[in-house]
Design a protein around this ligand. Structure first.
Ligand SMILES: NC(=O)c1ccc[n+]([C@@H]2O[C@H](COP(=O)([O-])OP(=O)(O)OC[C@H]3O[C@@H](n4cnc5c(N)ncnc54)[C@H](OP(=O)(O)O)[C@@H]3O)[C@@H](O)[C@H]2O)c1
Length: 267
């Protein structure tokens, strides 16, 4: 069985550690974090092991780099000399927004196998959408093992590296946009007299159901929208107000703004 080491178990590293422990043997999962108490608490919850940056770098088959993009250079400078001494095969897994495989290899000081992923927070409950690109040094066996042991994170989509930033602006950043929408819908419900709990439940289940209806049925969203809008009815009035507020332009603009910021981070 492959072993998995996580360096940095914050929001995303922690979500992915949860996902691996759902599919693979937790005994082969090792966690390290700058503030060790975080790794300790998560390891106790998941039944996996606490470790440190050095031991993970020396031993893990898949080394997840779970730090913020601006911390990556410092981390790779620290572990690069340890990687250079490794005799066994390993794969680096980066989830850092905006950092290319070539940049990770340059910072690590070697053309090591790298899988670049762009996960999202629903990975923590197995409903994630993760985009990935394998560097040229990653072989078929690495990719197969990785995808099978990570299946507990949700869906995976292979994308050419030049499209990862675009995909990330939709599925990586998107949970924040959906959360804003959910909160606003619930606020509307509360304004109309619903309890906060009931309004949240209605909004969340409606968003889940609408997304599944589109995904499973394959109909264009405009066709599904037309089916809810009766002539002279109530829903079309809501649609009119959303259009007045520039809803669709704002959603498109949010994706493009996130994409442009990612490009700027990588300069
Ligand atoms: N959040 C998302 O939705 C999302 C989505 C896609 C991709 N990502 C990517 O995921 C990565 C992590 O983001 P995040 O949101 O999870 O950040 P985060 O919650 O701040 O987690 C980063 C973790 O790394 C730890 N850390 C920092 N330097 C370290 C070092 N040298 N050695 C060991 N641990 C170290 C931090 O420890 P402390 O406890 O001491 O702070 C913290 O727990 C980023 O590259 C980001 O681009 C995030």
């Amino acid at each position: 069985m492959a072993t998995y080491g996580f360096i940095g178990v914050g929001n995303m590293g922690g979500a992915l550690a949860r996902a691996v422990c759902r599919t693979a043997e937790p005994g082969g999962v090792f966690l390290a974090n700058r503030t060790p108490a975080k790794a300790k608490a998560l390891a106790a919850e998941l039944g996996c092991r606490v470790s440190d940056n050095r031991a993970i770098t020396e031993n893990a088959d898949f080394i997840f780099l779970g730090v913020k993009p601006q911390m990556m250079e410092g981390l790779l400078t620290q572990i690069g000399p340890i990687l250079a001494k490794r005799k066994t095969r390993f794969v680096l897994v980066t989830m850092a927004a905006g950092l290319t495989i070539a940049k990770i290899q340059q910072m690590a000081g070697g053309t090591y196998p790298v899988i670049r992923i762009m996960p999202n927070t629903p990975c923590s409950i197995g409903e994630g959408m993760t985009l990935y690109t394998c560097g040229a040094e990653v072989d078929e066996e690495d990719e197969k093992t990785f995808l099978s042991d990570m299946a507990g994170a949700g869906k995976f989509m292979a994308l050419p590296e030049r499209l990862i930033d675009a995909g990330s602006a939709v599925s990586g950043c998107g949970p924040a946009y959906v959360d804003l929408f959910l909160e606003a819908l619930a606020d509307g419900g509360v304004a109309c007299g619903l309890s906060r709990t009931a309004a949240m439940e209605l909004a969340a289940q409606m968003v889940i159901g609408s997304a599944l209806l589109q995904q499973k049925g394959g109909k264009h969203p405009s066709v599904l929208k037309d089916a809810v809008c009766s002539p002279g009815g109530t829903t079309i009035q809501g649609v009119r107000v959303l259009e007045q507020g520039g809803f669709r332009a704002a959603a498109m603009g949010a994706v493009i703004a996130a994409y442009e910021k990612t490009l700027a981070l990588n300069k």
